[in-house]
Design a protein around this ligand. Structure first.
Ligand code: PGA
Length: 252
């Protein structure tokens, strides 16, 4: 069975002291999380400190982004090599906010995934359609394109180790959650598409998270869906009690 993941994407929130307070709130508020990988993704400036602070805990650390070169004259960027050195094990790639505000394309996402693997970071690759694309019935085509171009030249072994986060853009930070039927349908499609491209074993191994306005109230139903292997949580991951409630709602 695939180990479920609850990941908190803090985005550009929290100071260092607030970050430490939040992770302590999580680990001391929930001593035994059960069979689940719990991750937090702090902003770059907090990453090293948070990772060091969490060394002996069950909480893993992810970066929210990386640049695809390992070093050099790229002012303002952070490389996979540096992120690994700072103590992270995972990195979020291609979040819709990166695609929307920072011009990240599927080609860039592909280079970033390769950089993550090169530096022993597990990529959490975000995909999902906009509202306009859903209304035009383009969900399957968008997902196919994002997976097709985003995962080009990767081996089946690499793909089975990465994590996909399906995040419909219209559900992020809006309070609008996709319905369980909508979520299961797209997750099934993602798994099918990965099986066709990389083999059935890979399709079965890949963990697919749902993201978009996940909260304590809606998480139980979403996490219970057969093809949902966890959640990527934004807003609700900034409050320890809410994040803990979501962790407790994983499938047993
Ligand atoms: P949200 O964000 O939970 O605040 O909608 C999710 C995400 O962007 O990963």
């Amino acid at each position: 069975m695939r180990t479920q993941i609850i990941a908190g994407n803090w985005k550009m929130n929290l100071t260092l002291s607030q970050a430490i307070e939040l992770v302590d709130g999580i680990r001391y508020g929930l001593i035994f999380p059960g069979e689940v990988d719990v991750l937090v993704a702090p902003p770059f400036l907090c990453l090293h400190r948070v990772a060091e602070h969490l060394q002996e805990s069950y909480i893993g650390v992810a970066a929210q982004n990386l640049f695809y070169e390992d070093q050099g004259a790229f002012t303002g960027e952070c490389s996979g090599k540096q992120i690994r050195d700072a103590g992270a094990d995972y990195v979020i790639i291609g979040h819709s906010e990166r695609r929307q505000y920072f011009g990240e394309t599927n080609e860039i996402v592909n280079k970033k995934i390769k950089a993550a693997f090169r530096n022993e970071l597990t990529p959490i690759v975000c995909i999902g359609e906009t509202l306009a694309q859903r209304e035009r019935n383009e969900v399957a085509a968008v997902i196919e394109r994002q997976l097709g171009m985003g995962l080009v030249d990767l081996t089946a072994g690499e793909v089975s180790r990465l994590i996909i986060a399906y995040e419909p853009v219209w559900a992020i930070g809006t309070g609008k959650t996709a319905s369980p039927d909508q979520v299961e349908e797209v997750h099934r499609l993602i798994r099918f598409s990965l099986s066709m491209k990389f083999g059935g074993q890979t399709g079965e191994a890949v963990r697919i998270l749902y993201g978009g306005s996940v909260n304590p109230a809606n998480s139980k139903e979403l996490l219970a869906l057969p093809n949902v292997d966890g959640a990527l949580v934004g807003g609700a991951s900034l409050k320890a009690p809410d994040f803990i409630e979501i962790i407790k709602n994983i499938k047993s």
